[in-house]
Ligand binder design. Sequence first.
Ligand SMILES: [Zn+2]
Length: 238
Amino acid sequence: MKLDILAVGSHPDDVELSCSGTIAKEVDRGKKVGILDLTRGELGTRGTAETRDQEAKDAAEILGVSVRENLDFSDAFFENNTAHQLQIIKILRKYRPEIVLCNAVDDRHIDHGKGAKLVSDACFLSGLRKIETIFNGDSQQAWRPKHVYHYIQWKNLKPDVVVDISGYINIKMEAVKAYKTQFYDERSKEPETPISSSNFLDSINYRARDLGRLINTEHAEGFTVERYPAVDSIFDLI
Ligand SMILES: [Zn+2]
C-alpha cells in the first residue's frame, strides 16, 4: 500500500495533539494517511503501554487512517542511531509517503526533538540507493519523501506553514480524547501531570483557534519546515 502522508510521533498521542486536524482533512479528501509511533509511551505517568495501544487504535479509527504501526523503541531512551534509522527507512520504503509529518524540532519532552531529528535523518537516508534494506524477503527500493514538516506540540514555536483545519476541530478533539488515561477526566484517580488538566485540553483547542484567527479562518495547525516552502505562483497562497 502506498501512502500520501506518513505522520510519525515519538509517543502515541503526539500526532493527535499536533496535526490530527490536517490528517482528518486530507483523509476526507481521499488521501491515504498512516501513523507511525516510535514508542508505546510506556514511561508515561498515567496509563500503561497496553491501555495506550488501545487508545492509539481508537484514535486511528476516529481519524480514518489506513494504517498505524509502532516500532516499540524505548520510551525516553531511544537514540538517533543506525539501527533505529534503518527501521524507519524500512517503513518509509514500504509505504512510500509523499509527505512526512514528524515531531517538533524543540520541545519540553526530550523524545520530541530527538524523534524529529531521527525521522528527518531517516527520510534523507531512505533516498540513498546503496543503503540496502530487506522487507518480507525482498530488497526494497530507495524512497525519499518530497517534504518533511515538523508539527508544533508543547512549546509555542513560530510556524513556517499554517494549515486551515476549519471543520475538523471536532474530529481532532475526539481523537485526542481517545487517550482517556492521558487527558482530563474528572473521575480519574491517576496522578496529575502537565497534560492531565482541563486547561491543557482547552489549550489545544485555543491554539487551533488562535492560529486560525491569524490566517483568517476558524481553526488551524502550524508546522515548521527544513527548507523554504515554495509555490508555483505568488497567487497560490490563500
Ligand atoms: Zn510525546
